[in-house]
Design a protein. Structure first.
Lengths: 196, 196
């Protein structure tokens, strides 16, 4: 059991590094950039509170687990902002390959059975095909929109984002997993764009 | 539905403030103090990874939900370090009353049904009597021990903590919910105390 606990804590101590990975998005008060650990917490809370927006059959407990794990690969790869490089960097094959390599390294710190299960859950999130993963990815796209609305524009100003780009890069993905949610959020985002 | 979403986001936007509440404990690399949002994420990950340390019948999904919510009251009250004021501040009746008031304010931002459910879950955690709450509280006590071991002493140095105080303030609570885990962690803590 001692070896097992040592492996569990090798992973948990490594995970601590996610608190030092900075995202493009700021806190809602604009005071500083958000890190990927507190972002992951906020998203898990989104899943808990917005569960009624999920399609029938979505397992919110699995969604929460996915969201707790989804950004761990950024310990090696860093955050790739959705609006950076004209929207082409996020999800590029280079980034995907680097993230796959990071996932292998990080989940292999765990005891083999547990590492296998959590790695598979991360891969399911990444693939974005199951109902649970589709809903999780919707929330991952919505949360920065709310932060930008609260902070007065945030990354939309920084990256000179247009409403059309927001729809393509964010809206399409949110709509897949939580269509009514995007209708509500889009209305507020368009209000903001109309005023700048 | 629009009013419901407005209430859900009033809560989620308010929750963002937890990212600005600083704890006494530092990150594992000692670079800065940890905030309560990223601490809550780390604890939820602890629950996911250390589920095999829970007593039979503990529902890890409920434990994760409790841990996501457990520190929200610190938005109003701040963090009360376990070793501060000679170990007497944490859990004092004044702090408990302030936290209960904060919980009421924060959970009442939500739609009534959801606010009631999450408030009840927070109260269950606070009371620390059910198997799920007991295990959640064990993890809440263990994580700062691991941070101190990684960072070279941390709050043990800052508050001149003795091994006896650690056993009384931390060990007793961890043992209640995860006895084998404390045996393993205590051995490492005692090694550290033997060297200073």
């Amino acid at each position: 059991m001692t070896d097992r606990l040592a492996a569990q804590f090798a992973f948990l101590n490594e995970a601590d590094k996610l608190k030092s990975v900075l995202r493009a998005t700021t806190l809602c008060d604009g005071s500083r950039r958000e890190n990927s650990a507190e972002h992951s917490w906020h998203l898990a809370l989104y899943a808990l509170v917005l569960a009624d927006q999920a399609a029938p059959g979505v397992d919110i407990n699995r969604v929460i687990r996915m969201l707790l794990l989804h950004d761990l690969v950024e310990i090696d790869v860093g955050d790739v902002p959705i609006h950076s490089a004209g929207g082409t960097a996020h999800g590029s094959s280079d980034v995907q390959a680097a993230e796959a390599k990071a996932a292998k390294r990080i989940f292999e710190l765990l005891p083999m059975d547990l590492g296998h299960d959590l790695h598979a859950l991360w891969q399911e999130f990444e693939a974005g095909e199951t109902p649970d993963a589709v809903f999780a990815k919707s929330l991952d796209r919505v949360q920065p929109v709310m932060a930008n609305l609260q902070s007065g524009g945030g990354t939309w100003i920084e990256y000179a984002v247009t409403p059309q780009q927001l729809e393509a890069r964010v809206g399409a993905k949110v709509t897949r997993g939580a269509p009514a949610l995007w209708t509500w959020v889009r209305a507020q985002a368009l209000d903001w764009f109309a005023k700048v």
